[in-house]
Ligand binder design. Structure first.
Ligand code: PMP
Length: 413
């Protein structure tokens, strides 16, 4: 059991009011709030040892380099990567996926070969593959979902031919919450010789993820969804692949030898980290990881299962509201997308904001998926370690109020 009351004290923003009401922050799938420890790590860097890394011989430079590389080690340990050379800093999940598209896929895919992804991907794990397939003549295939919104494993197996070179798949849907059985996906994909990239943007923040147990070839995730700052993310890759891939960006720090004519590349991870990196945010991300580890990822997962189960029960009381995604809390993360036939999700979002409740409304950067649900947008509530059953109650009460309100005044569809 998490001591949510104590945890909440660490998050300054959770103490504030919105429109005179206590903030109920239920937009964690978009970005999480930050504990004081993470905010202070940013201040400590800029006030105490701001310097560039891997260059200077002075004390500040050495301190910054040490903390920055310690943060990389924390990330490696957090996902059980075999070594810190497997951890590449990026801006976010999107950049990590684009890195693989650019540095691996563009050089390896040929006409007739395939990339296999799923029908529940975020645009950042769909659009890069559309582009790279168009450029290389490879074909993009989409594995469908079951009526409950889970990956259809029979269809996935059928689509998995020896033509597939890469499976790019989410670990957890940011719209449906559905969890993909990544271990099985990897085993099947490796069976036909395909590599697997896992979009861990929604899973790494919310459950234990072990890259060696999953045996995935690449894993992408963002710090900002897991108590860390914006502007820093990670690509994990198996070292032999990273050693063989071409660089993504060219410039300082990624080169070994440079003449006027040509250059040779450093070994990973530096080969993929051209230019001055995001030092402060990487260090603060390390502190976010310390925070999550101290609480325990299994405990966080259990808390979110319990909260999601409770929320699904409470949502079932609202007869007209449709909830998307798998019915059981164990099959999903703490993400609940929902829709009322007579209220546009944006109107709902605005109404709830007046009650101090922050949710997201829209297509959640997964337009094809949301359209396939038969709607143009959904409302989405998403939980994290600091959310409580009382906040779920506040959401349900506010939804009842919204339904009464819009039932009277009507809303344009
Ligand atoms: N994939 C999934 C499943 C996501 O939920 C998100 C963020 N909404 C992303 C990728 C992209 O993450 P970022 O915007 O941090 O690059």
């Amino acid at each position: 059991m998490l001591d949510v009351h104590t945890i909440r004290q660490d998050f300054p923003v959770l103490q504030r009011k919105v429109h005179g009401k206590p903030l109920v922050y239920l937009d964690n799938a978009a970005t999480s709030q930050k504990p004081r420890q993470v905010i202070q790590a940013l201040v400590a860097y800029y006030e105490g040892y701001n310097a560039n890394v891997h260059r200077a011989v002075h004390t500040l430079g050495e301190e910054a380099t040490q903390r920055y590389e310690e943060a990389r080690q924390k990330v490696a340990d957090f996902i059980n990567a075999p070594s810190l050379e497997c951890i590449i800093w990026t801006r976010n999940t999107t950049e990590a996926i684009n890195l693989v598209a650019s540095a691996w896929a563009r050089h390896h895919l040929k006409p007739g070969e395939e990339v296999l992804t799923s029908a529940m991907e975020h645009h950042s794990n769909l659009v890069p593959w559309q582009r790279v397939c168009a450029e290389t003549g490879a074909t993009l295939r989409i594995a469908p979902l079951t009526p409950e919104g889970l990956l259809d494993m029979d269809a996935f197996r059928r689509l998995l031919s020896p033509r597939v070179r890469l499976v790019a798949i989410t670990h957890m849907s940011n719209v449906l919450g559905s969890i993909v059985p990544v271990e099985e996906v990897v085993r099947l994909a490796h069976g036909v010789g395909a590599l697997v990239l896992v979009d861990g943007a929604q899973s790494v923040p919310h459950m234990p993820v072990d890259v060696q147990a999953l045996d995935c070839d690449f894993l992408a995730f963002s710090a900002h969804k897991m108590l860390g700052p914006t502007g820093i993310g990670v690509l994990y890759g198996k070292l032999p692949l990273l050693e063989e891939m071409e660089p993504f960006l060219m410039g300082g720090e990624m080169v070994r030898e440079v003449t006027y004519e040509r250059a040779t590349w450093k070994a990973p991870p530096f080969r993929y980290e051209a230019g001055t990196p995001n030092i402060a945010d990487a260090i603060a991300f390390g502190v976010a990881i310390d925070y999550l580890k101290a609480i325990g990822m299994s405990a966080i997962r259990q808390h979110e299962i319990a909260l999601t189960r409770y929320a699904l029960q409470r949502f079932a009381e609202l007869e007209e509201v449709q909830v998307f995604g798998p019915p059981r809390a164990e099959q999903r993360g703490g993400v609940i997308s929902f829709h009322h036939p007579d209220i546009h999700p944006h109107d709902l979002g605005t109404f709830l904001d007046r009650e101090g409740i922050a949710i997201r409304a829209g297509h959640h950067c997964a337009m094809p998926l949301v359209r396939s649900l038969g709607v143009v947008a959904t409302a989405r509530a998403s939980f994290y370690l600091y959310n409580t059953e009382e906040e779920v109650d506040a959401l349900i009460d506010a939804l009842r109020k919204a339904i009464r309100f819009f039932g009277r005044v009507g809303t344009p569809r």
